[in-house]
Design a protein around this ligand. Structure first.
Ligand code: ATP
Ligand code: MG
Length: 634
């Protein structure tokens, strides 16, 4: 790969890690030196936890797109940057080289300029997983505009609130999106949203489908028409390291979405560094991350990280179940994917289906598997390892957040010894700690530690603020444990210092005075062969204070029964203790999930407690499931 910071052995990892803790500035200086800067930084790090003020590579001047595009042209211009795989396998795969991507990005950057976009202006992008989404985001970066990508499954009110929060001037969208069998009219959703968005002056529409598209005169313009008006010559804007690169709203599983602001320099350095070291790609490998670019995973590990390293990255428009549940594996075989990075929720949904779907395809190209988004449970881990990786592919379980910008805790593929369901060790430069309720760091005693996960020292890719609300940024992340960044997650640590993330700390229920994490209870329930997936929450109980309520999805073709209920309860009692036995078990056809596949536990908690005000449900994948679960409440 293009940079020279690759770690090649576990002993080297340990050496680098030590160096990074001893002298973080020196460590990151060295990493940063392998990028193209227009001017070198004068101060590596300046920070103050109290005001949550963090500056990396101050005085440095750069443009991230020069590291993604221009830099590769001379030697790797004809290398494939993006492989686009359409929703419908009958449509053609698109191959885009670095040179072609450079040209399109520059051209669309000129379109944005032509439409009044200047450095610092915010541009909302609401597009399906098509190459034009990547082009639009990098075009913003080229001219120093701040992109705010909104996942193309969100509702009109979710778009409007995000556009208004950051006062975007332009909206870039497509007329339709295909996901599975049903086309969705994105433009109509935008029209609805734009009724309440006075800051938007122009809406640029890419024609994904040949359908007639309603256009509003003076405001709406077609992508193609705009592209004809400009050439592809667009010098990269000179950015300060601390200038904003993008805003990304968190998925909202815990409340009102927060517009996390990421900046140019630190984000560039750390996303490339982490990608290179975690995935350990060889020059001709093919990398596929199944996330959507609307999430941080797509930002950092479909586009920015891989392309900075000169990798070939696959973009997939569709879903794992269309035309059937073999789609992922069909693509792996067809494109000879070597690195496959996905989410536990996808793994679980595929593991429910017949193994024939997996076994039908040749997966021998695979070298490395990855997981992100939530704790991966034992069953899913082993399924992925046994049936997809055939026992030969290290699984990198990568823990991080929208707020952290880059992966924080993860094995380095083929280097870090694995432990199933453990995210293992921090990347060099990352200093995690576990905290107790009194705000003291937890020591490892009897080879084990447990607590709230916090980070003790700043890292370059961290978000710098919540757009327009620095006070909320301080309160949410820096006030629980003064002098630390608080992640909101709980974790264990073993004798080898491996971390296992147990989930959000608000997913802990106090039953008869015992602190019970809901994740281990779910794990125990999932041990039952009849169970596909489960979610456990607490509800008020006269005697116990709280009791556990389990929502259980069964494997295809299996019906719930009182015997099965009993079996499940016994299993929980056996693996954790009688105290963890759920009081109630409800068999459900599905769970309320965010568009990124996370269970919205706050809704399940409300159903279990007979509450009916569910708050903002605009980020739900399938809002109807809420009513179905409510009706079947036990
Ligand atoms: P919101 O903060 O708005 O509620 P969110 O936390 O779901 O949304 P993300 O930033 O995408 O949005 O997700 C980060 C969270 O996902 C982490 O805090 C953690 O709870 C979970 N997570 C991500 N990766 C892993 C992993 N490998 N293992 C365990 N948990 C993970
Ligand atoms: Mg979060």
């Amino acid at each position: 790969m293009i940079n020279d910071f690759r770690i090649n052995s576990f002993s080297e990892y340990k050496k680098e890690y030590k160096k990074s803790v001893k002298d973080p500035a020196k460590f990151w200086d060295k990493v940063a030196e392998s990028f193209v800067w227009k001017e070198r930084w004068t101060k590596t790090l300046d920070y103050n936890f109290e005001n949550a003020d963090f500056k990396w590579f101050e005085g440095g001047k750069l443009n991230i797109t020069e590291n993604i595009l221009d830099r590769h042209l001379e030697k790797n211009g004809n290398k494939t940057a993006l492989i686009w795989e359409p929703n419908n396998p009958l449509e053609e795969t698109r191959i885009i080289t670095y040179r072609q991507l450079h040209s399109k990005v520059c051209q669309f950057a000129n379109v944005l300029k032509n439409n009044g976009i200047n450095k610092g202006d915010r541009v909302c992008i609401y597009m399906p997983m098509i190459p034009e989404l990547a082009i639009a985001m990098l075009a913003c970066a080229r001219i120093g505009a701040v992109h705010s990508i909104v996942f193309a499954g969100f509702s009109s009110s979710a778009i409007a609130s995000r556009i208004n929060d950051s006062q975007c001037k332009v909206l870039v969208t497509a007329n339709e999106v295909y996901r599975g069998t049903k086309p969705i009219n994105l433009k109509a959703i935008c029209d609805e949203a734009l009724k309440d968005c006075p800051s938007i002056q122009t809406c640029i529409v890419y024609r994904r489908a040949i359908e007639p598209t309603s256009m509003v005169g003076g405001r709406d313009k077609f992508w193609m028409d705009e592209m004809y008006k400009v050439d592809d010559n667009c010098p990269a804007e000179v950015m300060d390291a601390e200038d904003p690169l993008f805003i990304l709203y968190t998925s909202g599983s815990t409340g009102k979405p927060k517009g996390m602001v990421h900046t140019c320099g630190g984000y560039m350095v750390e996303t490339a560094y982490s990608f290179d070291n975690i995935f350990q790609m060889a020059p001709n490998d093919i990398y596929w991350c199944t996330a959507d670019i609307g999430w941080i995973t797509g930002h950092s590990y479909i586009i920015y990280g891989p392309l900075m390293c000169g990798a070939t990255s696959v973009m997939f428009e569709g879903i794992p179940s269309f035309p059937d549940f073999g789609r992922f594996w069909e693509i792996v075989e067809k494109l000879k994917v070597t690195h496959f990075y996905t989410a536990p929720t996808a793994v679980r949904s595929l593991a429910r289906e017949s193994l024939d779907y997996v076994e039908k395809y040749d997966l021998s190209s695979l070298k490395v598997l990855g997981s992100v988004g939530e704790p991966i449970n034992e069953e899913a881990w082993h399924w992925l390892n046994d049936y997809v990786g055939k026992g030969n592919c290290p699984i990198v379980d990568t823990w991080w957040q929208t707020e952290t910008g880059a992966i924080m805790i993860s094995p380095l593929a083929g280097i870090t010894p694995l432990r199933p369901t453990f995210a293992t060790l921090p990347l060099p430069g990352i200093q995690p700690v576990l905290m107790d309720e009194n705000g003291k760091e937890v020591e490892t005693i009897n080879e084990k530690a447990e607590g709230r996960l916090a980070i003790k020292f700043p890292w370059p890719a961290m978000a710098r603020t919540i757009y327009g609300d620095h006070k909320r940024y301080i309160e949410t992340y820096f006030s629980t444990f003064p002098g630390y960044y608080f992640t909101g997650d709980g974790a264990y640590r073993d004798a080898m210092d491996n971390y296992r993330i147990t989930g959000r700390v608000d997913d802990v229920v106090i039953v008869s005075g015992h602190n019970l994490g809901t994740a281990p209870v779910e794990n125990a329930i999932n041990q039952n062969e009849a169970v596909a997936e489960s979610a456990v929450v607490g509800f008020p109980h006269d005697i116990k204070g709280n009791a556990l309520y389990a929502y259980v999805i069964l494997q295809d073709g299996i019906e719930g029964s009182p015997e099965l209920e009993k079996d499940i309860k016994n299993e929980v009692a056996k693996s954790i203790g009688a105290i963890a036995k759920p009081d109630k078990i409800q068999f459900v056809p599905g769970l309320p999930k965010t568009r990124s596949g996370k269970i919205m536990r706050r809704i399940l908690r409300k159903i279990a407690s007979d509450e009916t005000d569910f708050g903002d449900t605009s980020t739900l994948l399938d809002p109807e499931i809420v009513t179905i679960i409510q009706k079947g409440k036990v």
